[in-house]
Design a protein around this ligand. Structure first.
Ligand code: HEM
Ligand code: HEM
Length: 180
């Protein structure tokens, strides 16, 4: 049976977003190992700009999703469909909380907030305690997001092992696009 696919817009947004998040986690984790200096500053600046881009992309993705609801996968049991729905909601929640906490953490520093070089508004003032608080939250959310993504990919592999491949639903193709 050919599974109903996500629409091409949702598929494109999923993979661009997935790559961006993987790059952000990689850059975020590499910052710690960099000594203070221009390389560290430019890496943090790139991380912030890409992080804000990921948040804007998320807004676009959620708006797109409202108009193009995901197709049901009737090969899965009601329980499996419910678990997938809650799992995806948890990923979306962390995709909001992670950039938001990063933005707030960076807002409570003496540095201006830049988006690819352009100064944009900050939501705070220099305050070390708040900077540390939101920084700790950002780290916690980013790690939680990473765990959820590992579980997400694990679920895709598990379904494939059980003989119900779900990956084709999120891949472009000529058959079954958005229909059952
Ligand atoms: C979905 C988007 C984002 C992801 C997945 C992400 C991920 C991460 C990760 C994994 C770390 C390392 C945490 C650790 O070492 O425990 C980090 C650090 C950081 N992130 Fe993000 N981030 C995102 C968005 C943002 C945004 C929007 C900003 C600010 C505008 C930001 C600012 C920072 C800063 C300042 C650090 C700390 C660097 C340091 O160690 O001093 N992040 N991020
Ligand atoms: C190799 C990595 C990945 C694979 C193989 C993968 C695969 C998939 C598949 C097959 C689906 C459709 C599930 C279904 O049948 O309903 C899906 C949905 C989803 N994926 Fe991924 N994914 C990956 C990485 C990511 C990453 C890094 C993120 C974080 C941005 C992510 C976020 C989501 C979300 C939020 C959905 C739900 C879409 C919706 O129903 O609105 N995925 N993914």
């Amino acid at each position: 049976m050919i599974p109903a696919r996500y629409d091409p817009g949702a598929i494109a947004l999923h993979w661009v977003h997935a790559i961006l998040i993987a790059v952000l986690i990689f850059i975020g984790l590499s910052i710690d190992g960099l000594p203070s200096g221009p390389e560290r500053s430019s890496t943090i600046a790139l991380h912030k700009s890409l992080g804000i881009t990921a948040f804007l992309l998320l807004l676009l993705r959620l708006a797109w999703r409202r108009r193009h609801p995901p197709p049901a996968d009737e090969r899965l049991s009601t329980l499996q469909q419910r678990l997938a729905r809650y799992g995806h909601r948890a990923v979306y929640l962390l995709l909001v909380l992670t950039p938001l906490s990063g933005y707030l953490s960076s807002s409570f520093t003496k540095y201006p907030m830049r988006f690819f070089g352009y100064v944009i508004p900050k939501a705070g003032w220099p305050d070390e305690a708040l900077n540390a608080l939101f920084g700790a939250a950002h780290s916690l959310f980013a790690w939680t997001l990473l765990v959820l993504i590992v579980m997400h990919v694990g679920a895709v592999i598990l379904h494939w092992l059980q003989g119900v491949p779900v990956l084709p639903r999120m891949l472009p193709g000529r058959h079954g696009s958005g229909r059952r």
